[in-house]
Design a protein. Structure first.
Length: 290
């Protein structure tokens, strides 16, 4: 993560790290603030921190603290209010034949084969097993892997998603899929499916709610929906203007964690019905980085 500087120690390691910006390839640097927890301490504090804009990377929770730039904006959505576009409808139809199965956070050899294929296709390189363990925090007992399998006796694995359950929903960590399933729009489908599972799990609090059929996801978004009860799917950072992260604004209405005139750090969730509405507000308040 680049150079680091410890700034606190209250039973956890707390530090700043400086590195090249991962979202804009123009030479700018980035500063991230990290907290490393041990064991159950993560679960005890994760919800409050994620609600305040933190994300998980391996064993760290982090948020961006860049000088003169605030473009890494935490975003979350609610399955019960999402507007479903034609491209999303297509993704829902294409994946009606899938089954979404939860499992523990340990990678199997089947998971590793899919990860290696995705990494070579997406990044033109593959991390070794120890790097994967560090990057995704696979030893984290609180985390869930969702397997996306083709329904049927063979149950071919097409995608895997890493999710941290918190008290008011799910926080997305990472998603990878088989390159041969590129035509399925699995990234779009996974956001819709996991937002729904977060909603269903919050309402039932049963482990069975973590298991979902693609057909059920399709039917949910094809019919009138009941309002959620404070069940959110945390997307991580929306980064306006960055091609790899700007896609998150396609899922709307969405809420952004923004600061007000009395705070230097993001402190309130504001809901927007469209990307243009959010950009207009950010420009009006001279948001740093725009």
């Amino acid at each position: 993560m680049g150079n680091s500087m410890a700034i606190s120690n209250e039973g956890v390691e707390h530090f700043l790290a400086r590195q090249s910006c991962p979202y804009f390839q123009d030479g700018r640097s980035a500063i991230s603030e990290h907290i490393q927890f041990q064991g159950s301490a993560y679960q005890d504090r994760a919800t409050a921190l994620i609600q305040r804009g933190w994300r998980r990377y391996g064993s760290d929770l982090y948020r961006m603290r860049c000088e003169r730039c605030g473009l890494c904006i935490p975003a979350r959505i609610d399955a019960s209010t999402l507007s479903i576009s034609d491209s999303m409808k297509r993704a829902l139809r294409l994946n009606r034949d899938l089954t979404i199965v939860p499992c523990d956070s340990r990678f199997s050899e089947e998971h590793l084969r899919l990860w290696r294929a995705y990494s070579r296709w997406k990044h033109l390189a593959a991390l070794d097993d120890l790097e994967v363990e560090s990057f995704l925090g696979l030893s984290a007992p609180w985390s869930i892997i969702f397997e996306y399998r083709r329904s049927g006796p063979k149950g071919e694995l097409l995608a895997i998603s890493h999710i941290d359950p918190i008290s008011d929903g799910f926080s997305s960590v990472y998603f990878s899929f088989s390159p041969k399933a590129e035509h399925r729009s699995l990234g779009t489908f996974s956001v819709l499916a996991e937002a729904l599972i977060a909603h269903a799990h919050a309402r039932s609090e049963s482990s069975s709610s973590l298991h979902m059929q693609g057909e059920s996801v399709f039917q949910y978004y094809s019919n009138p929906r009941d309002a959620a009860e404070n069940a959110f799917y945390y997307l991580g950072f929306w980064v306006p203007g960055a091609a790899t992260m700007d896609y998150k604004a396609r899922f709307h209405p969405f809420s952004l964690l923004l600061s007000d005139e009395n705070s230097s750090l993001p402190s309130h969730w504001f809901t927007f019905n469209a990307k243009t509405e959010a950009v207009d507000l950010l420009q009006a308040v001279h948001w740093p980085g725009l």
